[in-house]
Design a protein around this ligand. Structure first.
Ligand code: PLP
Length: 476
């Protein structure tokens, strides 16, 4: 290395950085040459990595050579247009560039004073998003609430549960032992992150009720009402209810208005988990799915799933920011400053668990400004249309059946030959490396899932996937 102080110089950075941008652009142009699902065995990547760190610095070229040769075989290509597994985790070039600027600035925006722009851009962008998605006024910073970017929907769930716990115990749960009486309600289909958060928040699994679902896998509000009644009669305190706008397994839509009415009547915190499907609210024609959202205390969705924004980026809105701030605010001497004392600024560290925070609103800002509302709507509508097309192919086929009517971009279907056959079929298709899709179980039966939402997925990709699935089924 020429440079005696070991640092990379700005000139070297300029050269290497451009090469890496080219590498990323090439990756996207050639992404379909890779098997979508990584084919390596456990330990295979570890075995090609040196056991000890280098004593002397190495060149960027040698690192990128290792990326190509040692790392790429262990990559499952989430950004491939042939990726239909789990849920989308799509990204886009404007998002990657926004994240790069964030890395370049290296801002730690824990409080307003540590970078006013990091706080104020986040406030503005989340207010924009609230507007773009037809959210109630109360979720905006100009009203009683506001939005904050969390890393994941799991963290939003934890944040909501802790704030709910504090509100229910008059912000004294850490002082007084009232916590054991608090009870939370989710459905049997609610994402596992809610159960995890209930455990982490000290509520305990015994105080979590799983409400049964109807034939569409949506929570049954009447059963929720009865369960709450039973708990109250036993001297317990219902404090938190989560409704899903799109469950993970089958994209079921909980009846949010009915659940919200119960929550409001029983003075329970009402959280809506719209992790993937929330993005569809960009299009007015799908907003009937969030009917009752104005009854919620908090709502989250992940631009890092379906809104072309790279991981991690979860938007968490609350109706009353003071409840959040009263829950999470602690002010040690070393963080005191004039702006905080003035009360005129948001310090987002008071809105979540961690102190430090990245400048994540930059990538959202870039995405929204690049695509505009129209561009985002165009792509969401396209994904939903593609899902309808796939649904039609399933319905027209003699061998396959649809399991539930897809509300948006997840198609749940199965081959008529039973569980074992479906698993064999899925594994055989995935082993070709041409497509990657996954399964779930609904009513105890194996169900195949096509989750359609990758940035560059088009009709031709779906056509190829369906051909592969249906011909493989005939050959098995
Ligand atoms: N909620 C739902 C409905 C999900 O589908 C998921 C992800 O699968 C999550 C929550 C958890 O998301 P995250 O990885 O952002 O915590």
């Amino acid at each position: 290395m020429e440079n005696q102080d070991y640092h990379m110089t700005p000139e070297q950075f300029r050269i290497e950085g451009k090469k890496i941008i080219d590498w990323i652009a090439d990756y996207y142009q050639q992404i379909e040459k890779y098997p979508v699902l990584s084919q390596v065995k456990p330990g295979e990547i570890l075995s090609v990595l040196p056991e000890n760190p280098p004593q002397k610095g190495e060149s960027m070229d040698s690192m990128m050579k290792d990326i190509d040769e040692k790392i790429m075989p262990g990559i499952t290509h989430w950004q491939s247009p042939n990726f239909f597994a789990y849920f989308p985790s799509n990204t886009s070039f404007p998002s990657i560039l926004g994240d790069l600027v964030s890395s370049g600035l290296g801002v730690q925006g824990m409080i307003w004073a540590t970078s006013p722009a990091a706080t104020e851009l986040e406030t503005r962008v989340l207010d924009w998003l609230a507007e773009m998605m037809g959210m109630p006024e109360k979720f905006k910073s100009t009203s009683s609430g506001g939005g904050v970017i969390q890393d994941t929907a799991s963290t939003s769930a934890l944040t909501a549960i802790i704030a709910a716990r504090e509100r229910a115990t008059k912000f004294e749960s850490n002082q007084k032992g009232v916590r054991q009486k608090l009870v939370a309600y989710i459905s049997t289909q609610t994402h596992s992150s809610l159960e995890k958060a209930i455990k982490m928040a000290g509520i305990g699994k015994d105080n979590l009720r799983l409400i049964d679902v109807d034939e569409h896998f949506a929570m049954q509000p009447e059963l929720l009402r009865k369960e709450i009644q039973t708990d109250k009669e036993a001297g317990l305190i219902p404090f938190f209810i989560c409704g899903a706008l799109g469950t993970t397994s089958s994209n079921a839509m909980d009846p949010l208005r009915k659940i919200g009415e119960i929550a409001n009547r029983e003075e329970c915190w009402f959280h809506i988990d719209a992790a993937m499907s929330g993005t569809a609210m960009l299009c007015p024609e799908f907003r009937h799915l969030m009917d009752g959202v104005e009854l919620a205390d908090s709502y989250c969705f992940n631009p890092h799933k379906w809104m072309f924004t790279n991981f991690d980026c979860d938007v968490f809105w609350v109706a009353n920011r003071n409840e959040l701030i009263n829950t999470f605010s602690i002010l040690p001497e070393y963080l005191k400053n004039k702006a905080t004392a003035s009360g005129a600024v948001f310090d987002y560290r008071d809105w979540h668990v961690q102190l430090g925070r990245r400048f994540r609103s930059l990538k959202l800002w870039f995405v929204i400004r690049h695509y505009g509302v129209e561009g985002l709507q165009f792509h969401i509508r396209k994904h939903i249309k593609l899902s309808q097309l796939f649904t039609k192919w399933v319905e027209d086929s003699a061998d396959f059946e649809l399991v539930v009517e897809p509300p948006l971009n997840l198609v749940c279907f199965r081959h008529k030959n039973g569980d074992e056959f479906n698993m064999k079929l899925m594994n055989a298709v995935n082993e070709t490396g041409k497509v990657f899709f996954t399964h779930t179980k609904l009513n105890g039966q194996v169900v195949l899932r096509m989750s359609i939402g990758q940035t560059f997925t088009d009709e031709q990709h779906l056509t190829k996937a369906w051909d592969l699935i249906s011909t493989t089924a005939k050959e098995l």
